[in-house]
Design a protein around this ligand. Structure first.
Ligand code: MG
Length: 376
């Protein structure tokens, strides 16, 4: 059986790697929907190659001028919940993933989720809707895929989730050293090839904090039972501890195509000669250490925002997105990312049990209040 896939965010890093999987396994997957926001040249190429039935692009008229293939123009939400789509891959960046994720779970779709903001901002709402409508959320992030793979086949819940983190390019840096780091240094991740936003988030450890919040909702485990462990080699992608003290880990060469493929082929595993294998002759050590929360306060801020819940995670996400953008455009220092996020959380008027509208309003508030200080 050929699975019909829609990829939202097809021109981004995860989107492009998803299309690589489809190219490698055309007898199993077919692209019927593509959506992108910015890169029209790449989207046009993808439309010509995959000939999807449904397409979305932020600037509809610009796309109409370029793409001459037959397709139906739909919104992100309409593609996400279209009856012909078997699995929707949400690989958009930022809060644009939230609304299509919610649309998809409301109609009981399989949602392969790479977008972090959806579960961070509205984890409670999304997981409740998914349960109600028997939608399956298939995690694409390597850490959550690892935990998911470790849990498969177990009949009892995990007692502890251990999320591994590479530590990023600035592992073991002192606060003084961190003060002077450049955009180029921050974009040079030691083990993963990723988009710019998530690469900066990996350098601040914000990325790991967002993943802790996601894990809380994906696996229904309280925050106190989720640990973060620095593992610079990025070979163990995460671990799960059970009631008897036994620990399972998932290992592989760090390549996002493996967790993407597993989310698409689940519950099956498919052979794909393009996926690299671990070369044990090259692995000398697997090392572990505790994260330095004082030097990398973003991790602490994120876990605390997740613990408090309500509108805090939405403010965290929005403030981080603006702050990372300011850093990338060289208007603030690396260490100011954490400072700005911390300030936004402090100034926010918290709502404990927000509606979706209140979550979106908290997001808007954080963006505006932060950007207001940096207008030319
Ligand atoms: Mg990750």
């Amino acid at each position: 059986m050929i699975k019909q896939l829609a990829v939202l965010g097809s021109t981004g890093s995860i989107g492009q790697q998803t299309l690589d999987i489809v190219r490698a396994l055309p007898h199993r997957f077919r692209i019927i929907g593509l959506a992108a926001g910015k890169n029209i040249d790449l989207l046009t190429k993808q439309i010509n190659e995959f000939k999807p039935r449904f397409v979305y692009f932020l600037d509809r008229d610009a796309l109409a001028r370029l793409a001459n293939t037959e397709y139906e123009f739909l919104t992100l939400e309409d593609i996400a919940q279209h009856p012909q789509v078997d699995t929707v891959i949400i690989a958009t960046s930022g809060k644009s993933g939230l609304s299509p994720t919610l649309a998809a779970v409301k109609v009981g779709k399989n949602v392969a989720l790479a977008n972090k903001e959806s579960l961070v901002m509205a984890g409670e709402i999304i997981t409740k809707e998914a349960k109600l409508n028997e939608a399956r959320i298939l995690p694409i992030d390597s850490e959550h895929s690892a935990i998911w793979q470790c849990l498969n086949g177990e009949t009892q819940p995990a007692t502890q989730l251990i999320l591994t983190a590479s530590g990023g390019p600035f592992l073991h840096y002192s606060p003084t050293q961190l003060n002077g780091v450049t955009v180029e240094q921050a974009l040079r991740h030691p083990s993963w090839q990723m988009g710019r936003k998530v690469t900066i988030d990996s350098a601040t450890l914000m990325n790991k904090g967002l993943e802790v919040i996601e894990a809380r909702w994906l696996f229904d485990v309280p925050f106190e039972n989720i640990k973060v462990l620095i593992h610079p080699q990025s070979i163990i992608h995460s671990m799960v501890e059970f009631i008897d003290g036994s620990i399972k880990a998932q290992l592989s060469y760090p390549d996002m195509r493996l967790p993407i493929q597993y989310a698409l082929s689940y519950p099956e595993r498919l052979p794909n000669p393009q996926l690299p294998r671990l070369d044990w002759s090259n692995i000398k050590d697997l090392t572990f250490e505790q994260p330095d929360l004082d030097t990398f306060p973003c991790l602490k801020l994120a876990i605390e925002a997740g613990r408090q819940g309500g509108t805090y995670p939405a403010v965290l996400c929005a403030a981080d997105e603006v702050a990372v953008e300011l850093f990338l455009s060289r208007r603030i220092k690396f260490i100011d990312i954490a400072n700005l996020v911390g300030q936004a959380l402090e100034q926010h008027q918290f709502i404990a049990r927000p509606t979706l509208e209140e979550i979106m309003a908290a997001d808007t508030w954080a963006r505006e209040s932060l950007a207001a200080g940096y207008r030319r």
